[in-house]
Structure formats: structure tokens, C-alpha cells
Design a protein around this ligand. Structure first.
Ligand code: GAP
Length: 464
């Protein structure tokens, strides 16, 4: 049973230290959110799982970490300055401002009127100024990147030559992106500052691009499954031409059921796009347009690729799987949410996170916190586990309360140290999902837990 709605996760996330509304002491800031002690662990675990899956386990992908602020010309030639727009309309009656593509039945969502101004573009790149310059100095204008992808394209040749790569190969990057969203909202689903996990997969212009899009869709469905996201809550949307970004010849969005309570429950989790050779051509000094003119007279590099096998030079095409960290985290939390009734008829929340994503893998709980020998043994066990897995010690309540708290934050194992432990050097290991308990020797505990924490196996991703 996944969470019935996003609000259930908002309240759990705040109560248990996953996500807090940002700047609360000053009344908050629009749709900004801060990740708490458990939220930062969960995000890191998602990002690490992604990095391991693509960069470590495959043989055809390199990682990079480019700057957030790039030369403004990057955004001129990528097309973002001209086209990264939302189209806005104003309601003449109530003066409300809305995205024109979100208006239903031509009615103002605030007052119901149908008297609109002409739609006009609003560029959603967030601006800043570099250096100590006057307010009106246009030469200092810079942008916070709206996608991590461009930092990959401008480094294509650096990575290819430094790592002696041949096509096909990919470059992965995870990091913050920024968009001045007109209508942010729905918790961490749409915010102005967010994180992306993007990978640009470079292939020959004659490759089967559409099949490669399908290949990456399948790979990601598998990967989301390994994170505990139920396939039934995912849906593939073939994006029609009029909704695609300017660079795309085909895009498939993987949608997640973020709004199970609504008639239209789906929202984009990620997109897989065939970006053609648009970006590498656009940043290259030698690429000519149909009239023989350089399309980029300001670039000092040519990002073309020489293929030894065919002795041909060309601009590689790109298949891009682009996912959001925050949207993945939200989908993971919604699908992990479950409720269970105990012997006393009380309903308990259990967050069934896969062990690899759980912020805490094992909680060490002393049955009697006024017994120094038991407390000492529990703390020593915590310290001994720490080098191999994330463990915590907790004695802030009775054992029932401590179990309930760990269940609610998704800790797969609770280790209880009791009076008998002092004699038999063994502890009780309680399973989060079944509540079953097993007696395990302390000397075998680390190995026992590590075996049971093994990540869900993702099908071995063959190099294409
Ligand atoms: N480089 C291609 C690109 O950026 P996108 O569909 O605009 O494509 C990719 O973004 C993913 O980034 C989305 O599927 C979503 O998961 C995430 N994303 C985009 N805008 C977001 C926002 N305002 N808040 C949270 N996540 C966002």
C-alpha cells in the first residue's frame, strides 16, 4: 500500500527529520525545502546508487562534476536564452498571473473569469551577476544552470581524449539545477532549486536512436524497481512533437503516480530524449548552417569526433536519460509507505525502504538504560558496526516506542541488547517488515547484517 497522497509524506517527512519547510523562522520561502538528518542520507543513498549503477558497474560511462555557473555563451548557443521560456498570461479581472499551458477550459483558476492578456514569454533561467559590478552592467550577467547537461556537452572532448574513449560512451553528472518556476509546488516535486542525475550517451549519427531511447527506458524501469518503486505506479508517456524541447527528436517520459487520489495521477519522474547532434554542433566553431555560415562564431573549439573505423569525422548524437533526485526520493518515499496494525490494534507506519536506501541500517537499543553493563555493551556494538554500515544507538524511550520510531524511518534492523546478552554474548535482531526476531551471536552480527543488507540485484547492464 503506497502513501494515499503527498500530504501523508509531507507530515512524516517533517515529523521524522527527512524534509523541513525552508526558512520557517521567517515564514518560509515559497517552495523551498531543507533536507534534515535522514533526508540528506536518503538523497545521498539515491545518488550513490545511481552513480554506482552507471559509472562503476557499466564499462561505458565516465563521471564529471562541472561548474554550476558557466560562460553565458553556453546558454546562448544551447538555445536556452532564446527558448527556455514559460508562456504567461494575466487575468484582467483579478490580475493573477498563470502559465498559459496550465489553464483549464480558458477559466482563471483564481476568479473563474475568461479575460486574458496576450501570452508572453518568461525566461525561467535564474540570473545572477559576477564580480563587483554596477547593477546595470549587462556584461556581468550570468545564469545558474537550468540543467546539468550543458556542463557535459562542453566537456565532451576533454573527457573523450583524457579517457581515450571511443563511441558509444556516456558521461554522467549529478548536481543542482535552478529554474525560476512560475508555479512551483507539491512539496519537493517542483521547486526552483533541485538536483538532477543526468547522463549524456554519445553515439554515431547512424545508430538506431529510437531503439536506444527504448533501451534506456527499460534500463531505468529496472533501476527504479531496484529502488523499491512499483512498476504499476510508473507509466510511459511518448511526448508529442509540440511538447518536446527544441533539441529533441523523440522523448519518452517516465511518469510516477504522485497523485493517486486525483483523476490525473501522473507527473514526470524523468525523461529520456534523443537530443540528436544539436548540442555538440551548437557549441562547435566549424559547424556550418545550410547557407555555409558558421552557426557559432564565438566558439574556439570543435566538438566533432573522428571515427577511426570509418575514417569519418562527425558530431555524435546523444541519448539523454535525465532524472530528478528529489522526484525520485518522493516516489521512493511514497512507495515505501505502509501501515500495519499491532496486537493492541494500534496502526503503525512502516517505511519499507530497500536496505540500500535506508538512512540508518541498524539501530542498537538497550532493553534497560539504567543498567551500565547493558548500555556499555550496546554502545560497543554500535561502534563495532559503524565501519561497515550506518548504525545508531538509541535509548530515548521504552522498547515499543523505539521500535515504532525505527519502523517509521525505514531502519531494516533493530538490535536489542538485554540481560541475557551479558551472559550469552548474543543479541536479538528484529526485522522491520515481519517484526520477527532472531538471536544472533555478537561475533557474527556484522556479517549477518551485511548479508541481509545486500542491494537488490539490477540486471547486469551490458555495454551496447
Ligand atoms: N537535460 C534535460 C532536462 O533537464 P527536464 O525534463 O527539464 O530535462 C529532467 O528535467 C528532470 O529534472 C525532470 O524529469 C525532473 O525529474 C527534474 N526536474 C525538472 N524541473 C524540476 C523542478 N522544478 N523541480 C524538481 N525537479 C525538477
Amino acid at each position: 500500500m503506497p502513501a494515499p497522497n503527498i500530504d501523508t509524506i509531507v507530515s512524516l517527512a517533517k515529523r521524522r527529520g527527512f524534509v523541513f519547510p525552508s526558512s520557517e523562522v521567517y515564514g518560509g520561502l515559497g517552495s523551498a525545502w531543507d533536507y534534515g538528518p535522514l533526508g540528506v542520507e536518503l538523497c545521498n543513498n539515491v545518488k550513490q546508487a545511481w552513480w554506482r549503477w552507471l559509472v562503476y558497474e557499466r564499462d561505458d560511462i565516465e563521471g564529471i562534476d562541472s561548474s554550476i555557473i558557466l560562460n553565458r555563451l553556453v546558454w546562448k548557443y544551447s538555445g536556452h536564452e532564446a527558448t527556455f521560456n514559460d508562456w504567461l498570461v494575466d487575468c484582467r479581472k483579478c490580475k493573477g498571473r498563470f502559465r498559459s499551458d496550465k489553464i483549464v477550459d480558458n477559466k482563471c483558476p483564481s476568479c473563474g473569469a475568461s479575460d486574458w492578456t496576450e501570452a508572453r514569454p518568461f525566461n525561467t533561467m535564474l540570473q545572477t551577476k559576477l564580480g563587483a559590478v554596477a547593477d546595470d552592467d549587462a556584461t556581468a550577467l550570468a545564469y545558474l544552470r537550468p540543467e546539468t547537461a550543458q556542463g557535459i556537452f562542453i566537456n565532451f572532448l576533454n573527457v573523450q581524449t583524457a579517457m581515450r574513449r571511443k563511441l558509444p560512451f556516456g558521461i554522467a553528472q549529478v548536481g543542482k539545477s535552478f529554474r525560476n518556476e512560475v508555479t512551483p509546488g507539491n512539496f519537493i516535486l517542483r521547486t526552483r532549486e533541485f538536483e538532477q542525475m543526468e547522463m549524456e550517451y554519445f553515439v554515431s549519427p547512424t545508430a538506431e536512436h529510437s531503439q536506444l531511447v527504448d533501451y534506456w527506458v527499460e534500463q531505468y524501469l529496472e533501476w527504479f524497481g531496484s529502488l523499491g518503486i512499483n512498476r504499476d505506479n510508473l507509466y510511459l508517456y511518448e511526448v508529442p512533437e509540440d511538447e518536446r524541447a527544441h533539441y529533441s527528436k523523440r522523448t519518452v517520459d517516465i511518469m510516477y503516480k504522485y497523485f493517486p487520489e486525483r483523476e490525473k495521477p501522473w507527473e514526470e519522474l524523468m525523461g529520456i530524449a534523443w537530443r540528436t547532434d544539436f548540442d555538440l554542433s551548437a557549441h562547435s566553431k566549424n559547424k556550418l548552417d545550410a547557407e555555409g555560415k558558421r552557426i557559432n562564431p564565438e566558439s574556439t573549439e570543435d566538438l566533432s569526433y573522428f571515427d577511426e573505423a570509418t575514417k569519418q569525422r562527425f558530431y555524435p548524437h546523444v541519448i539523454e536519460p535525465a532524472a530528478g533526485v528529489n522526484r525520485t526520493v518522493l516516489a521512493v518515499l511514497m512507495d515505501a509507505y505502509s501501515e500495519k496494525t499491532n496486537d493492541k490494534g494500534e496502526t503503525r507506519v512502516i517505511l519499507k525502504l530497500t536496505p540500500q536506501l535506508a538512512p540508518i541500517k541498524a539501530a542498537i537499543l538497550p532493553l534497560a538504560k539504567n543498567k551500565p553493563e547493558i548500555v556499555g555493551m550496546a554502545k560497543a556494538i554500535k561502534r563495532s558496526l559503524q565501519p561497515v554500515l550506518r548504525a545508531v544507538y538509541d535509548d530515548t524511550g521504552g522498547i515499543g516506542k523505539l521500535y515504532a520510531r525505527q519502523d517509521e524511518i525505514g531502519t531494516p534492523f533493530c538490535i536489542t541488547v538485554d540481560h541475557q546478552s551479558l551472559e550469552d554474548e548474543a543479541v536479538t535482531v528484529r526485522d522491520r517488515d515481519t517484526w520477527e526476531q532472531e538471536r544472533i551471536k555478537v561475533s557474527e552480527l556484522a556479517e549477518h547484517l551485511q548479508k541481509r543488507l545486500k542491494p537488490y540485484p539490477v540486471a547486469a547492464a551490458e555495454t551496447i
